[in-house]
Ligand binder design. Sequence first.
Ligand code: AMP
Length: 403
Amino acid sequence: MKILVINSGSSSIKFQLLDMQDESVLASGLVERIGEAEGIIKCTLRPGTDSELTIKKAEAVPDHTTGMRMAVDLLTDKQQGVIADRLDISAVGHRVVHGGEDFHAPTVIDAEVMAAIEKNVPLAPLHNPANIDGIRVAQELFAGVPQIAVFDTAFHQTIPPHAYHYALPYELYEKERIRRYGFHGTSHKYVASECARLVGKPLETFNVITIHLGNGCSMTAVKNGKSVDTSLGFTPLEGLVMGTRSGDVDPAIHAFLARNCNMDIEAIDQMLNKESGLKGLCGLNDMRDIHEAIAAGNERARLALEVQTYRNKKYVGAFMAVLGRVDAIVFTAGIGENDEIVRWKTLEGLEPFGIVLDPKANDQRIKKPTLLSTPGSLVQVWGIPTNEELAIAREARAVIGRQ
Ligand code: AMP
C-alpha cells in the first residue's frame, strides 16, 4: 500500500511517498518559492537504497497546480520514477492546519469536508487556503484516489472547556469561535504514542508532557493518551518563545503600542509573529547561530536562550500540575532533537520533582528514540524524532482501513 503525503504551504509543497508495508520512504521532496521568479524543486527517489537519486531543478513554479504537476511528473517518470500507475496510490494524506471545532479526527475529504475547511479559513488565513490548493490539485491529478485530511488541531479537540476558554466575553466564543485550538497536533500525538510504546505502557493510561521545539514551539499535556492542554492557542502565537514569534505577552502591550508608538494592528501583528521571539531578543532566530554568538560573547544571544528555556520550564511546571502524575517528558523537533543545552536548561532544577536528566545520555543529537534520564528518574525523559509525514500516512491508512 502506497500513500502520498502532501503538506502544502503558502509558497511551498512538501511531499513524501511511503510504502506502508514496511513504512519505508519511496520518495520525498519539496517544491519551494512558488509564485516567485525562480522556484526550486528537489526530490530524492528511493532514499537509502543503492538506486537513490536526487533531482534538483530551478525553474519558475507559477502556482501550486504547476508545482504539484512537477512533483507528480518526477514520481511517475517512466525511467526513474517510483509510481508506475497513479491508481497504485491507495490514498493521498493532506496536512490541514485548522480544522476548527469541526474535526476531531482525520477524515475522507468530500464536498462537505471541503466546505468546512473553507469555513475555517478566517481562523488560519495563511495556512488553510494553501492546504485547500494542495487538495484541489491532488483531487485532479489522483482522480479516484481517496483524499484524507489530517488536521493539526484535531488531537487537541479533547482539551476540556476550562482549558480552552479564554476569560473573555462569552459571545466572542459563540460568534467568532475564539478559544484555544492548539497546533502541531500530529507531532504531539505521534511522539506521545511512540513514547508510550517505548516506556511499555498502554497509551490509554499514559501521562506525558510532549515538547515540540522547532521554528514553532509548543508543549502539550497528554493525560491517558489524550491532549488536555497545550501552549499554542487561538493562533500559533501563544505560549513558548519561538524563532520569530513572541509566545505569551501581556495583552495590554497591544493597546500600549497603538496609543503610544503609533503602531496599527497590522504592524503589531507582524511584529509579534515575525520580529519577536529569539529574533526579537537577539536578532538571530536559529538556535545554532545563537550558540555560536554566545560562544563569541554575545550577551543578548545568551539572554534569548535564557528567556526561551525559562519559559519552557514554567510550562513544564504548569503541565505537571495539570497532569498530577507524569510518566514521561518527550523532546522533539529541530531544537528538541538536536540541542542538548536547551533540553538541559529546560529541566535543570526539577530534580526534586523526580525529573533527572543523565548528562551523558543528554549530550547528543537525537537520531532515533533515546532515553535521556537516569535509571532512577521517576519521570522518564525521552528524545524522539518527530515524523509528521509518517504520522499523516498512518492516519490516512487507518481512515481508509475503516472504510
Ligand atoms: P524544525 O522547525 O523542527 O525544522 O526546527 C528548525 C529549528 O531547529 C532551526 O531553526 C534551529 O533553531 C533548530 N536546529 C536545527 N538543528 C539544530 C542543531 N543541530 N542544534 C540546535 N538547533 C538546531
